[in-house]
Design a protein around this ligand. Structure first.
Ligand code: AMP
Ligand code: MN
Ligand code: MN
Ligand code: MN
Length: 289
């Protein structure tokens, strides 16, 4: 079976490896097709593609867009997007500048807990000065010795309800899905098991997503348990959504799963890459295109 990983991050967002290092790592672990899906930025794609020519793997153009839906943050992965499509680029730019404003807010909140200089500290950890996220704050707080690892920083400071959390309005589900689709890509609802919502709300989210033209659900992803693979495989069949597979790898030691180290989709799922007319997830075409 095809070793495919459709969700990963580089230093262009909050990953720890450069696009080149990420591609190298994926290749050395036997990945045949990798989607680089940085948060709210497509700046790593040309670098990843260039690196892929040397390592011989396919790189799929991706992005992970931050969305607000009913007072919840959800992530929509776009696959096979056109990284030069102007409305998508403008939309992502708006999100990145709103991230900068939120970062000031996070720093102000952390200051109230006695943590000084976190904006400068987080910025030092950001590989892309235009994209600052909570993971960068988390790494700075670990560096300060305030918590033992990134996960504990989220638990103590950065999750909703914790002292460094700042409510934020991202873009709408309709905007994200529309930008992805109009740029020629397919929209995937990322890591559905992570959203703290009732089954009824999940059904509402899935039907709205489907209605807007969403194409797939991430069934197998780093943060899901085997039980969740089964639950979301069922949802994907019920809502006639294709199924995606992605590690959501951020870096060695920070992620549930390494690149390409994922089980196969449960039986009965329609793999998202079957939507693509060309073989091997269309990567050979996109690699040279
Ligand atoms: P942001 O988009 O800036 O709000 O940050 C979201 C990112 O923070 C996710 O993509 C993960 O990389 C990271 N993250 C969120 N929750 C956790 C957690 N509980 N433990 C570790 N990392 C997390
Ligand atoms: Mn992330
Ligand atoms: Mn995500
Ligand atoms: Mn991700």
């Amino acid at each position: 079976m095809l070793n495919i990983d459709l969700h990963s991050h580089s230093t262009v967002s909050d990953g720890l490896l450069s696009p080149e290092e990420l591609v190298q790592r994926a290749a050395s672990r036997g990945v045949e097709a990798l989607a680089l899906t940085d948060h709210d930025d497509v700046g790593g794609l040309s670098r990843a593609k260039r690196a892929a020519i040397q390592s011989g793997i396919g790189v799929i153009n991706g992005v992970e867009i931050s969305v607000s839906w009913c007072s919840l943050t959800v992530h929509i992965v776009g696959l096979r997007i056109d990284p030069e499509y102007p409305p998508l680029l403008r939309g992502l730019e708006i999100i990145r500048s709103s991230r900068a404003v939120r970062a000031q807010g996070i720093a102000a909140e952390l200051e109230k807990s006695g943590i000084r200089g976190s904006l400068a500290g987080a910025s030092r950890h950001a590989g892309n000065p235009n994209l600052i996220g909570r993971a960068h704050f988390a790494r700075f707080l670990v560096e300060l010795g305030i918590a033992k690892d990134v996960k504990s920083v989220f638990e103590k400071f950065l999750k909703r309800g914790k002292p460094g959390y700042v409510e934020h309005h991202w873009v709408t589900l309709a905007e994200a899905v529309t930008w992805i689709r109009n740029s020629g890509g397919v929209a995937v609802l990322a890591h559905p098991g992570r959203y703290a919502i009732s089954a009824e709300q999940m059904r509402r989210l899935l039907s709205e997503f489907k209605e807007l033209g969403g194409a797939a659900l991430e069934v197998v992803t780093g943060g899901h348990t085997p039980e969740q693979y089964r639950i979301f495989a069922r949802y994907s069949r019920q809502f006639e959504l294709h199924a995606s597979v992605g590690s959501d790898f951020h870096g060695p030691g920070e992620s549930h799963r390494d690149v390409g180290q994922l089980p196969e989709l449960p039986n009965g799922c329609q793999p998202v890459w079957e939507l693509w007319p060309d073989s091997l997830a269309g990567t050979s075409a996109s690699r040279h295109g």
